[in-house]
Write a protein of this length. Sequence first.
Length: 271
Amino acid sequence: MKSVLITGCSSGIGLCIAKGLKDKGYRVFASARSPDDVKNLQNLGFESLLLDLASSESINDAVIKLFEMTDNLYALINNGAYGQAGALEDISRDTLDKQFQSNVFGWHELTNLVLPGMRNINSGRIIYISSVLGFVAMPSRGAYVASKFAIEGLVGTLRLELRDTNIKLSSIQPGPIESKFRENAYLAFKQNIDISKSHYQAQYKIMIKRLKSGQNVKFTLPPEAVLKCAIHALESSNPKNYYRVTFPTKLFSLLGKIFPSKWMDNILNQS
């Protein structure tokens, strides 16, 4: 039974992957940053860990507990993250730091803590749930875009540095997926953005309506689309470097190769 640690399993993509892998016979360690979510995961039959990616202490405590339960971790799936909405002019240094603590620094620290065990057995898989916003920029999403661009840089570099091992790394780049992502993005927006002092008040009204609507945007897929890619990345003898999920991700990847950057700017400004 291969062991897999997954972060951000309270809902959405993380929970879907945890359930799917458990059904396939994996030993799943499903983590979440809230004690209530950990209890819910345990009630669902998971071995669950409290793990807040914004806290180095929490990450280290979780890894210690993990290796008390297993000495052979096959895979890490870095998934836990949130999206900080808002124009970059309105994003303070502290707000950007919080975005990177959860979305980048926590992933990096956790990966470095499990890598020695994988090196010892010269085997393992590390999967990063990135985003279409890991290779294209869109307005009012700058903090999240920057975090995902950073993740793509980390996974790309690690893949080169680990090329002489049997540790395989993959980046899954979803577009719109059914989840609580927009709901959580709205909460972060309310907490960290002062609309009253912004030049983008008109744009924010439209954005807030979209985030609060609960309606899926066009081309949204269920989280099972990401699960399918995760299974391939875990089980293929030759996993892909990049898995592009949803039509927008595949489209923007293609357009970025054939259109001049100024044309792409015009297209992305409509997004």
